[in-house]
Write a protein that binds this ligand. Structure first.
Ligand SMILES: [Zn+2]
Length: 278
């Protein structure tokens, strides 16, 4: 069932667990992820970046194949198809194409401009029952406690935009961490006391499971994973190619990373303590 993320994230908030957001880049990754989440009977958010949508041919392509997989594989878990780091223009296109959720990233703009653009998108998206995640403070690694946003800015952003989920920058970053990130745990704790909305962690690949568990306890309910699955797939693929030099069937080559990807998914879901759908 294709749905927005509101029910799954509110339930996760109540149960002090997190819902995984896994980025997809093609049909195969989507199938690996959905099969494993169905087996574990947990809800999942599939994230599609602007680049990934372009790579696949446009926003309607992942909508079409995700719906087809739900039908063909008899999937019963709640599945949210979500734009990852969209512009307003791209989010509008994705909503028209059938996405059930969007993330607007105008965090590099001034707070006032970020609020304005986010508010416009929220007003539009909510007419179509599409959930909206907003970002405040640019998500990139930072050190020495010099965090890119603070409680007052986050509260103002939330009050004025009424986003359904908030991704505050807390010293997290995308890609591979080259040293342990310094994370602003206090901001998550204060925010989850002050406002009743799901909080989102980006760039979770490479953050220790202890810190992930701590953040979930403090109020993080959506955790974005991209790099971890890509690395897992790469490991399986490189190993396969090394020992199967004569294989040229793309189905075998692409699927050679499947087991690693699905093992990583299971490990993350255990860390997030994602509750089964009853
Ligand atoms: Zn992100």
């Amino acid at each position: 069932m294709l749905t927005n993320f509101n029910d799954m994230l509110q339930l996760a908030r109540k149960n002090h667990c997190a819902i995984p957001h896994f980025n997809i880049n093609n049909l195969e990754f989507t199938k690996f992820i959905l099969e494993k989440c169905q087996e574990l009977n947990v809800p999942v958010i599939l994230g599609v970046s602007i680049n990934a949508a372009q790579y696949m041919g446009g926003w309607s392509v992942p909508v079409a194949f995700t719906k087809a997989l739900i039908r063909e594989l008899n999937l019963t878990i709640p599945i949210c198809l979500h734009v990852d780091h969209g512009t307003k223009e791209e989010c509008l296109k994705a909503i028209t194409a059938g996405f059930t959720s969007v993330m607007i990233d105008s965090s590099s703009l001034s707070l006032q401009d970020n609020i304005q653009i986010t508010k416009e998108l929220v007003n539009y998206a909510h007419q179509y029952n599409v959930s909206v995640e907003g970002e405040i403070g640019e998500i990139k690694e930072c050190y020495k406690g010099n965090f890119p946003t603070n409680l007052n800015e986050c509260l103002k952003y939330y009050e004025e935009t009424k986003v359904d989920a908030l991704a505050p920058a807390i010293g997290n970053a995308h890609g591979i961490y080259h040293k342990n990130p310094t994370l602003n745990f206090n901001l998550i704790e204060e925010l989850s006391v002050r406002i009743n909305i799901p909080l989102v962690l980006h760039g979770a690949s490479g953050i220790s499971s202890e810190n992930l568990k701590k953040l979930i306890k403090l109020g993080i309910t959506k955790i974005n994973i991209n790099t971890d699955l890509l690395l897992a797939w790469n490991n399986g693929l490189r190993e396969f190619i090394k020992t199967n030099k004569d294989v040229y069937d793309p189905r075998q080559i692409i699927s050679s990373g499947k087991q690693n990807v699905q093992e990583k998914i299971a490990e993350l879901i255990e860390t997030f303590e994602t509750k089964s759908v009853t």
